[in-house]
Design a binder for this molecule. Structure first.
Ligand SMILES: Nc1ncnc2c1ncn2[C@@H]1O[C@H](COP(=O)(O)OP(=O)(O)O)[C@@H](O)[C@H]1O
Ligand SMILES: [Mg+2]
Length: 249
């Protein structure tokens, strides 16, 4: 009997999207936001998604995060076909595996920062005391140790953004999805946040995907997917990222 040919082992995909389409509205109000997207990201990778406003970046990531239904195509996260899960099962899968930071921070205004950051841990069954200890530690790591008792509404935009980042990281989800995480941050804080996100990405079984317009984030990337008008324009890795950097500074 022939033995199987030797092959390089397949890359471990954190996310695999094929042929994804999504249209909002109908008739005159119809917008085709995604026109057949193929998108892959691997474990251990920090992956940037870039492209002009309106090209479909948030729509793509909302589908991957399991918060938006799509029209056609297949979406797999850590080997799990989201197509095959009920809505309730998607929500449970997201709670266990995905942390996200969307452009609107979605902080709860009536509770303080440490309580906001504790939420994913409490939902995961961690006891309140331990949850608040871990949340306070995470707030220190994003530079907000002084603000753990503050209400989000009393903070600046950049501080609120860091609370949202702490909340997305605190339960160490395997996949972290961020929509413009450094947009409201000064360059020193932005750099710290990118280092934190890169550290979270570069571990077995983990991955971070970031939508960004911010050229300061580009040199942290292992891979860059460039989108344009509902499509993928190019995918860059390695040397190609360096030449992209020189043309987009
Ligand atoms: N909820 C929605 N209803 C109608 N149109 C939408 C909605 N969300 C996004 N769109 C449209 O889909 C296109 C892609 O939007 P989006 O994914 O937010 O782009 P990006 O994040 O790249 O700026 C845009 O034309 C936008 O106006
Ligand atoms: Mg967007």
């Amino acid at each position: 009997m022939n033995s199987a040919p030797l092959e390089t082992p397949p890359a471990v995909h954190a996310v695999r999207v094929t042929g994804l389409t999504k249209t909002f509205g109908s008739g005159d109000a119809k917008t085709v936001a995604l026109k057949g997207i193929d998108f892959e990201t691997r474990e251990g990778e920090l992956h940037l998604v870039v492209g002009p406003s309106g090209c479909g970046k948030t729509t793509l990531l909302s589908v991957v995060a399991g918060t938006l239904e799509w029209d056609s195509g297949s979406v797999t996260v850590f080997g799990q076909h989201l197509n095959q899960l009920s809505r309730g099962a998607v929500t449970a899968f997201r709670g266990r595996n995905i942390g996200f930071i969307f452009q609107q921070f979605n902080l709860i205004p009536t509770i303080n920062c440490v309580e906001n950051v504790s939420v994913p841990l409490l939902l995961g069954g961690v006891h309140r005391r331990e949850a608040e200890e871990r949340a306070a530690e995470m707030l220190k790591r994003v530079g907000l140790g002084e603000k753990i008792q503050a209400r989000p509404t009393s903070l600046s935009g950049g501080q609120q953004q860091r609370v949202a980042i702490a909340r997305a990281l605190v339960h160490e989800p395997r996949l972290i999805i961020c929509d413009e995480p450094t947009s409201a941050l000064d360059s020193v804080t932005g750099h710290q946040i990118m280092e934190l996100l890169a550290g979270a990405a570069r571990a077995p079984g983990r991955c971070v995907i970031i939508v960004t317009h911010d050229p300061r984030t580009y040199n942290f990337a292992d891979r860059i997917t460039e989108m344009e008008d509902g499509r993928v324009r190019s995918v860059l890795a390695g040397e190609a990222i360096r030449s992209f950097l020189t043309t987009h500074r």
